[in-house]
Write a protein that binds this ligand. Structure first.
Ligand code: 2AM
Ligand code: CA
Ligand code: CA
Ligand code: CA
Length: 269
């Protein structure tokens, strides 16, 4: 039997240690470079933080596998066994430009099912965590289960890019949601937007293209609170695939899919 409580305690200590190192790193000049395009940034701190977790996990749990954004982990093609899905810094553009509004995000899965989830807002020192079946927490405080809500009173997280002409969605579908919602917000870190749904600050979060490390931690946390986490066509997420994402309180999740996005078709590439 896997001792999830033990893994949870170790992980929280590692996250706090990594967060301390990231805060220290902001005193020095960051080495920034681009990946897939000029706005897709990575820094030495993204890479160093990922390696920090990989070393800890390999030493402590040598049979576990690791999927990390910066590529220091394993090639993962199936969901067998225990897999750590790690985004060392989610919101790298915020990290570089604003020195805030970024997070460490970690999800731990067993045979494809979420077991542990973490999102650490490094600057605010706010750790969102969940162990499936044991509740979700913000630092020491237990988070409330998410209640049904409607679009008219909702604050919805969405990146304004998806409201412009793009290849993934008829953006007018999103215009209708934005008009009907009480308000919209954009943080620029998918993990912190999912944490905002977990905390009840947001009622929903919509994204058109994310990778497993963007949503892995938040997926576990929001589901533990009774929230809904799926693709925009309502189908389940996978830690093996990039996809769209709809994270929401109950009620509003069904409304968004049935009333606004019933024609949405997920694009594979
Ligand atoms: P990242 O900072 O870890 O790359 C920004 O809108 C959000 O989208 C962040 O959570 C960011 O994660 C994520 N994202 C996913 N793919 C991205 C890409 N190609 N370029 C920039 N941000 C990306
Ligand atoms: Ca990135
Ligand atoms: Ca990310
Ligand atoms: Ca990242």
């Amino acid at each position: 039997m896997t001792d999830w409580k033990h893994i949870d305690e170790m992980t929280k200590a590692w996250i706090k240690e990594a967060g301390e190192q990231i805060r220290e790193s902001l005193k020095n000049t960051l080495e920034v470079s681009s990946k897939s395009n000029a706005n897709d940034l990575v820094t030495n701190v993204d890479r160093e933080t990922e390696l920090f977790f990989i070393e800890k996990i390999r030493q402590t749990f040598p049979s576990h596998r690791i999927l990390g954004e910066e590529g220091g982990g394993d090639e993962i093609e199936d969901t067998n066994g225990i897999i750590w899905v790690i985004d060392p810094i989610d919101g790298t553009m915020n990290f570089v430009h604003m020195n805030r509004n970024f997070a460490i995000s970690i999800g731990v899965f067993e045979n494809g099912k979420g077991k542990l989830g973490y999102i650490y807002d490094v600057i605010r020192d706010e750790l969102f965590s969940a162990q499936i079946g044991e509740g979700a927490y913000l630092n020491g405080d237990k988070l409330d289960r998410l209640q049904e809500t409607s679009i008219e009173t909702a604050i919805i997280g969405v990146n304004p890019f998806w409201l412009t002409n793009n290849m993934r969605i008829d953006y007018q579908l999103l215009h209708r949601i934005v008009k009907d919602a009480r308000g919209t917000r954009s943080i620029g870190s998918a993990a912190l937007e999912m944490a905002s749904v977990a905390a009840g600050w947001f009622d929903a979060y919509i994204a058109l293209r994310l990778s497993p490390w963007d949503f892995a931690g938040g997926w576990v946390i929001v589901e533990e609170l009774g929230g809904k986490v799926t693709r925009l066509d309502g189908k389940p997420l996978s830690i093996l695939e990039k996809s769209s994402l709809l994270v929401a309180k109950p009620g509003i999740h069904e409304t968004i899919i049935q009333k606004y996005l019933n024609n949405f078709v997920e694009r594979k590439e």
